[in-house]
Design a protein around this ligand. Structure first.
Ligand code: GLN
Length: 468
């Protein structure tokens, strides 16, 4: 098996035993990318020289010493491009600093390597909204890899690199993990610093790992978690060793199946696999109980008001002056802004900016934005009540396996509706993980395990039990 195809944990063992070097792993990753990524399109760019230089001085005594980690192209890495999958930033921006997660990865000995493709500014669920390239699903070429962290998921699924980081505002780690057949974890809001992540919906965004297995996800979460003075929304909470007690099992745990998540819109094969996983957990000693999350039906409308509202504000910094490619020969300042934004943003980003500006405008603020904030509270309370009764909640990640590339072209609503099972966790600030189940006609299917705020240890344990 090639080195890039192995788990972080397996590589660590070989590194510390002196059987391989950090350079061997990075060299293998470079070779895999050059041999196969032309067909997959997981990475937008990568910088072999700096990764090899870092491999030379890697401290193998550190928890992630010498391990290359792919980075979604909306997370700043000093000296690297950060395009966000947008023409606006392509060739126009080099990161002048490391995001906190990158500083933390480096402190743990890891080597940030490669810039993974994404839907433009992380808006989408198929990676088709990337203005720069298409990414194929390695498990099923011709199908979407999911999104918006499609490049991060595809890179791990195609075994180009052992693990990656993605970001999740409404499902963008869990859904591509599910579609590509890898593990993807969205930490609780505030668990991981957002400093240096290009903001989409600041009250929803979280950075998290995409890995080959649950143990690797725990290992990466160890490295990136923790309070950060540079992100006032990061939580002052102790960071446990997430790899500890992973194999403790689910005996005595109560796991909820939300009745609102098993409606007609869900593919029969996906439903069957989730039910089979529930039975497996039951046979391992968990108690499965039906629960209700009564405001689920409002989650999509709520998310598609709040996320665009925050995006419209966050994306105002891309104006061709502070950030982004600037239009040539504008007649005046206004034309400079207008023409730069017109040429720089793709249609989905423009749609979100228009939607967001509308719901925040005077006269509509109360009817849409304020109302959405109130419903958001109800959704959060649904989860709080549910977690009084159960330790974790199990659900599908997406209503169906990965569709074909282009299948929903020009139909944004279809994409929005497919986010139904993932967005509530972001609205509520909960943590969630997607763990692979049995594929359906060759297409990967994931199980979503949702936990309460700071309940990562629980969902990792359940994930490990599903996987084992
Ligand atoms: N699919 C959702 C959206 O388009 C979620 C994206 C994300 O989590 N970044 O907004």
């Amino acid at each position: 098996m090639s080195l890039a195809a192995q788990s972080l944990t397996a590589l660590r063992r070989q590194l510390t035993a002196g059987e391989i070097s950090a350079r061997d792993i990075v060299e293998d990753s470079i070779a895999q990318i050059s041999a196969r990524d032309g067909d997959i399109g997981a990475f937008l760019s990568h910088d072999p020289e700096s990764a090899l230089a870092e491999a030379e001085k890697a401290d193998l005594t550190l928890p992630l010493g010498g391990l290359p980690i792919g980075i979604k192209d909306n997370i700043n890495v000093l000296g690297q491009p950060c395009t966000c999958g947008s023409k606006f930033l392509q060739g126009a921006y080099t990161s002048p600093y490391d995001a906190t997660v990158i500083t933390k990865l480096r402190a743990a000995g890891a080597i940030p390597f490669g810039r993974a493709n994404l839907d433009e500014f992380a808006m989408g669920s198929s990676t088709e909204n990337s203005a720069l390239q298409i990414t194929q699903n390695p498990a099923a070429p011709g199908h979407i890899p999911g999104g918006s962290s499609g490049g991060s998921a595809a890179a791990v699924a195609a075994q180009l690199i052992p693990a990656t980081l993605g970001s999740d505002t409404g499902g963008s780690i869990r859904q591509p993990a599910s579609h590509c057949g890898v593990v993807g974890l969205k930490p609780s809001y505030g668990r991981v610093s957002r400093y240096g992540l290009v903001a989409f919906g600041s009250s929803l965004d979280q950075i998290g790992p995409l890995t080959q297995n649950v143990e690797d996800a725990a290992l990466l979460l160890n490295a990136i978690s923790g309070e950060d003075p540079r992100d006032s929304t990061s939580l002052d909470a102790s960071v446990p060793d997430f790899t500890e007690g992973l194999d403790a099992g689910v005996t005595g745990m109560k796991l909820g199946l939300p009745k609102e998540y098993f409606t007609d819109g869900i593919d029969a094969g996906v439903r069957e696999r989730v039910e089979t996983a529930a039975k497996k957990l039951e046979s391992q000693g968990a108690e499965i109980v039906e629960i209700s999350l009564p405001h689920t039906e409002y989650a999509i409308a709520t998310y598609y008001i709040i996320a665009p509202a925050e995006a419209s504000s966050n994306l105002s910094r891309f104006d061709g002056v502070r950030y982004g490619n600037r239009t040539e020969n504008p007649a005046d300042m206004l034309e400079l802004y207008q023409n730069s934004r017109e040429a720089g943003f793709g249609s989905e980003v423009k749609r979100r900016i228009i939607l967001g500006t509308y719901v925040l405008s005077s006269g509509y603020y109360d009817a849409y934005y304020r109302q959405a904030q109130k419903v958001r509270t109800l959704i959060r309370q649904d989860f709080e009540k549910a977690f009084e009764k159960v330790d974790a909640i199990i659900t599908p990640v997406a209503p169906e396996p990965a569709p074909k590339i282009g299948a929903a072209a020009g139909d944004p609503l279809k994409h929005y509706l497919a986010d139904i099972f993932t967005i509530s966790a972001n609205l509520a600030g909960n943590c969630g993980i997607s763990v692979p189940l049995e594929p359906l006609n060759g297409l990967p299917v994931g199980l979503q395990i949702l936990g309460p705020q700071l309940g990562e240890q629980t969902i990792l344990k359940v994930g490990r039990a599903v996987e084992g």
